[in-house]
Design a protein around this ligand. Structure first.
Ligand SMILES: *Cc1c(COP(=O)(O)O)cnc(C)c1O
Length: 392
């Protein structure tokens, strides 16, 4: 009989190492931006979710420090007890206005927004249908809810329809879950078709706009706006921590939905309200997204510029993308790690993404509005030199 109940941890870690799945943190010094100092080395940053370059913007920093001066550092309690400030309401109104929904609710993170919303909306008598490539927070929210959880093949509307025809009538409520921009691939969900199918089978539809808010759509409202679906009945979740450069999450939708979540979402009710600094920074970011469309235009110009240059490198297996996220597929986790290290040695920070995050290993590049043409040119030059055998 073994005596150490924790001994399995070392064995499990050894297995993770053997598969080249082991991961560790890397320190970045200074403010976030198009270039950063990573473990002492200056690199061009293609690993950030800060699409509009707002996380290091003076105006967000000023808003955050002003909020600290006025309200202190912590919100001291849950929103329903001592943690609510007018600042929170101001942010929620700004989100609802951007999304053109009746109301919105901010959570402490996008992850918690998904967990709380899904668990509030469905339970044991209900069915969840979820894209197989959805973010971890959607999957874990689905599992935690206790609903019957079925995945459909990535963006496969035909299979989704078959599953609904066969199973919908056996359940009380049905909730369809999807990322709008798939975070590890860069492609978009077929939103109009999903809305039609949700309508046909009397299902709720929750879309995760984490990588779309501030990035897609004429006003930066996201993929819903991009597809001309503004105003449709659906549940929009997102984060304040990507293009908005702060920390926190949100849900936007009808008055009834938001009112219900304030009464039933455990990850909102039983956690401390968003800090004044994070709230104020996110609010400042939303104003900038509205007032400076040229930032978004520059981001998309960078995306098109890189895609054009990549045509010179037909050997790279680029996954289909309609966003600032571009991925090159590699044959194994080991090859992905090698390619990632070669890029980094050449001054390019573009990490290897490996299982279990994704089914197949890849190098993931995310573009920012603040990347210069010289940064993109250098990326392509380095990609040209990387040992091609590493890539597919
Ligand atoms: C990043 C991300 C989240 C989590 O948001 P946080 O605010 O970082 O917790 C949720 N969903 C998707 C699709 C994401 O990419």
């Amino acid at each position: 009989m073994p005596t150490d109940p924790y001994a399995w941890l070392e064995h499990s870690l050894a297995t993770i190492h053997r598969a080249d799945w082991y991961r560790s943190v890397q320190p970045i010094n200074g403010r976030p931006g198009a270039t950063v100092v990573l473990a002492g080395q200056e690199v061009i940053n293609f690993a950030s979710n800060d699409y509009l370059g707002l996380a290091g913007d003076e105006r967000l920093m000023a808003a955050a420090t002003a909020a600290i001066a006025e309200f202190g550092t912590g919100s001291t309690g849950s929103r329903l007890l001592s943690g609510h400030r007018d600042l929170h309401r101001g942010l929620e109104e700004a989100i609802a206005s951007t999304k053109q929904t009746e109301d919105a609710l901010v959570f402490s993170s996008g992850y918690l927004a998904n967990l709380g919303t899904i668990t509030a909306l469905v339970g044991k008598r209900d069915l969840i249908l979820s894209d197989q490539y959805n973010h971890s927070s959607l999957k874990n929210g689905a599992i935690l809810s206790g609903a019957v959880f079925v995945e459909y093949p990535h963006c496969d509307i035909a299979v989704l329809k078959t599953q609904l025809s066969q199973q919908r009538q056996n359940y009380r409520r049905c909730l369809i879950l999807t990322d709008t921009v798939f975070s590890m691939d860069g492609d978009l969900c077929p939103l109009p078709a999903l809305l039609a199918i949700a309508d046909e089978f009397n299902c709720m539809l929750l879309v995760d706009e984490a990588h779309a808010t501030g990035v897609l759509g004429k006003t930066g409202a996201g993929c819903v706006e991009h597809f001309g679906c503004t105003g449709k009945q659906l549940i929009q979740v997102g984060t304040l921590s990507k293009a908005l450069g702060s920390l926190g999450g949100y849900v936007a939708g009808s008055n009834a939905l938001i009112d219900f979540l304030r009464n039933r979402a455990p990850t909102w009710i039983y956690t401390t309200g968003l800090s004044p600094a994070d709230t104020a920074a996110a609010l400042a970011a939303i104003k900038i997204v509205q007032q400076e469309p040229q930032r978004r235009a520059q981001l998309w110009q960078n995306v098109h510029h890189l895609k054009n240059l990549l045509q010179e490198l037909p050997n790279l297996k680029l996954l289909a993308s309609e966003s600032p996220i571009l991925c090159f597929q590699l044959s194994s986790a080991t090859d992905a790690l090698k390619a990632g290290n070669q890029l980094r040695d050449a001054g390019i920070f573009a990490p290897a993404i490996r299982p279990p995050t994704v089914p197949t290993s890849r190098i993931r590049i995310s573009l920012m509005a603040t990347h210069k043409a010289t940064h993109i040119k250098k990326l392509v030059a380095v990609l040209k030199d990387v040992n091609y055998s590493e890539f597919y």
